[in-house]
Design a protein around this ligand. Sequence first.
Ligand SMILES: Nc1ncnc2c1ncn2[C@@H]1O[C@H](COP(=O)(O)OP(=O)(O)OP(=O)(O)O)[C@@H](O)[C@H]1O
Ligand SMILES: [Mg+2]
Length: 298
Amino acid sequence: MLEATNLTKEFKVGSFGRGVFKAVNKASFKIDNKDIVSLIGESGSGKTTIGRMILKLTQISGGQIKYNGKDVSDIKNKNLKEYYRKVQGVFQDPFSTFNPIFKADRIFKMVKNEFYPALSNKEWEKKLDDSLKSVGLNPKEVLNKYPHQLSGGQLQRFLIARALLIDVELLIADEIISMLDASTRIDVLNLLAMLKEKGLSVLFITHDLSLGYYISNKAIILYRGVIVEMGPTDKVFFNPVHSYTQSLLDSVPRLDMKWDEIPKRKKTYTDIVSYIPGMSKRELKMTEIEENHFVAIE
Ligand SMILES: Nc1ncnc2c1ncn2[C@@H]1O[C@H](COP(=O)(O)OP(=O)(O)OP(=O)(O)O)[C@@H](O)[C@H]1O
Ligand SMILES: [Mg+2]
């Protein structure tokens, strides 16, 4: 479905923009049908930048993204609409997506005008009702409200309902549940799992390992713009090979063990410092260490 090859993003930095900072460095990965892929990494590792490149909100500096075999960079003008019908983003702060002075149903009006101009009002209302109900919202309760009258969880669901209305195939979900309380989080996570059953694929961007584990069938670990490890979620979480993945997993508080009881791991590969892009002249190779489980090693 989506294939990124050597995806790179360079930002100009420093005075007169003479320096270059690689926010994403030769990232290659695939998202298949019905995949929920978690993209995990600490703050500043390049997660949002990857999401924005997929959504064509940020230009690619190098490499390629293909969607169903087509180079995404070539999608322009009137083909863009078709692309955004299939690929949609939902972001961290749902409030920022909504204009506070418009009632919530206005976004749906825009979807109708944009994507379903020929549909009668009655048919449209039915479609809208169905999509809101499918994300657990009561249309009567939410449609004529202003954003500040809705909760963060309701707004997230709104955005997911909007994505459903236009029959998206791939949802880029960037930290969408970080700001929700624990029980609403689980609801939204379960909603994503349900969407997956319907055939939707999700790139689930998070810095929270446990959320990534809960929801995804594949995991990508990003460190300073470089993919250091990726594969089926179980393999990455239970057999982490890269020292960065190991230290990430070791830093998750555990209920069953006190901190000083956690056995220290032996470092399997060179310390992560040697992987910092620009500091190492050594090339990293993605090596398949078990089926579909890849690790960046020298
Ligand atoms: N427009 C820009 N110009 C210059 N640098 C940028 C720009 N956008 C992002 N960056 C830098 O690129 C790096 C990656 O940013 P990005 O937003 O992708 O990180 P992230 O993994 O999403 O972090 P977080 O978890 O905090 O959301 C950061 O160091 C950031 O400062
Ligand atoms: Mg981000």
